[in-house]
Ligand binder design. Structure first.
Ligand code: HGY
Ligand code: MN
Ligand code: MN
Length: 414
């Protein structure tokens, strides 16, 4: 039986790891900074292990630092039911993104074990590593490593402090060689992920639960703009090649272009200026691109129009700019049978869950694109997301955990 009080306690307990209060700013009262491949993320893995081990689970951390908690089944060689989410957060993020999915997965599986359910096949709770990519720039890292979809050299990609992915993994006691993280998709009967919606649709619909039909495609890239570094006082306005001003025109153009493509969104979340002094005209500016849409052609259209406008901005100034693609994740339709199962499971807890497309990216994209039957269930969230004000009510989370429990029972005891 789902224990709502235990679930609420565990969400709070997990939120203490990486808690980043900023008393000066009220909204930061519940901020969490638990970056991927950090010591805090490892403490989160240890905490989740302590919740599962007493119920017969064996813990394994793979070379990409993903955590698997395996609950035995009658046939140890049968394809497993995998259920979970990620344990890292964005900097100054919220308490529920990723964490709620892991806490609800634990609650669902432990409730089944406590009720005496006999699993025909093993059930594994997973805590994916570094889903946000906030530290090294590559999202869905752990699940991409698990399903052979990682396109980065862990020895070369470094964080702002100069630490490589491989060094961060070695600091955790792993080798840094990611090959051992690979899983055979055929060894997984189904992957289920519960997650907060992170948008306002369930709230506006008055629905505690939703079932995900598809997950948007995502393009991540870096734009580099070169101008001419010069003196802020001695250079008249008509003779400047200010890289930050040019980048600003490009960012405003991006916002206008994305607003003109109905189902697309685009964001510039990171920007750096060189040399970065108040009395120097910036010679170089680099900014990030995050473009998403439920149709690949919409992503492509935004990119195409952005490139055309950028070239126009630079044609007159004879200066240069470049775009470096970082990561693309395909639009991901989820498994129809699992959508039906999750919808029926939500009905079993009295909820007629709307079906919706996820505007956020998720680890679920990697198993799904690798051929694993994959389903996602959303819990209503309020207060936005990727911000300390993100919130999910315990009653809604408990309904989600109960629906997940029903779906896991169906998949694991058959
Ligand atoms: O960016 C995303 O959509 C996810 O939260 N990593
Ligand atoms: Mn997430
Ligand atoms: Mn996130």
């Amino acid at each position: 039986m789902t224990d709502a009080a235990r679930l609420e306690r565990r969400i709070h307990e997990l939120a203490q790891i990486g808690r980043t209060d900023d008393p000066a700013r009220e909204i930061y009262a519940t901020a969490v900074s638990r970056l991927g491949l950090s010591a805090e993320e490892q403490r989160a893995r240890d905490l989740v292990t302590s919740w599962c081990a007493p119920h017969g689970a064996t813990a394994r951390r793979d070379p990409a630092a993903n955590l698997y908690l395996r609950f035995p089944g009658a046939d140890p060689h049968a394809p497993v039911v995998l259920v979970g989410s990620h344990l890292d957060s964005v900097p100054m993020g919220g308490r529920f993104d990723g964490a709620l999915g892991v806490c609800c997965a634990v609650e669902a599986v432990v409730s089944l074990v406590e009720s005496g359910a006999r699993f025909a096949r093993p059930v594994e709770v997973v805590g994916w590593a570094d889903e946000e990519g906030a530290r090294f720039g590559y999202g869905l890292f752990g699940s991409a490593a698990a399903f052979g979809r990682l396109r980065v050299d862990p020895e070369r990609v470094r964080d702002k402090g100069g630490t490589s992915i491989a060094e961060a993994l070695r600091a955790l006691g792993e080798s840094g060689d990611l090959a051992g993280a690979m899983r055979d998709p055929k060894g997984i009967r189904a992957y289920l992920e519960l997650h907060i919606e992170q948008g306002p649709r369930l709230e506006r619909a008055g629905a505690p639960l939703g079932v995900v039909s598809d997950i948007v495609g995502i393009f991540h890239g870096l734009v580099m703009v070169r101008g001419e570094q010069n003196h802020a006082g001695a250079t008249v306005m008509g003779e400047r090649h200010d890289a930050l001003v040019a980048a600003s025109h490009m960012i405003i153009a991006l916002e206008r272009i994305a607003s003109s493509v109905p189902d697309a969104v685009a964001t510039v979340g990171e920007i750096t200026v060189k040399p970065g002094a108040k009395n120097v005209i910036p010679g170089e500016c680099t900014f990030s691109l995050d473009i998403r849409a439920p149709k690949q052609e919409s992503i492509d259209l935004v990119l195409e129009r952005f490139k055309a406008e950028a070239n126009e901005i630079f044609r007159k100034s004879l200066r240069e700019w470049g775009l470096r693609p970082l990561q693309s994740v395909a639009v991901t339709p989820l498994d129809e049978d699992l959508r039906d199962l999750l919808w029926k499971s939500a009905m079993s807890v009295g909820m007629n869950a709307p079906t919706l497309v996820s505007g956020a990216g998720h680890d679920a994209q990697n198993p799904s694109l690798a051929g694993v039957p994959t389903g996602m269930i959303f819990v209503r969230s309020t207060g936005g997301s990727h911000t300390p004000t993100e919130f999910a009510a315990t009653a809604d989370a408990a309904l989600g955990a109960k629906a997940l429990e029903i779906a896991i029972r169906e998949l694991a005891t058959a």
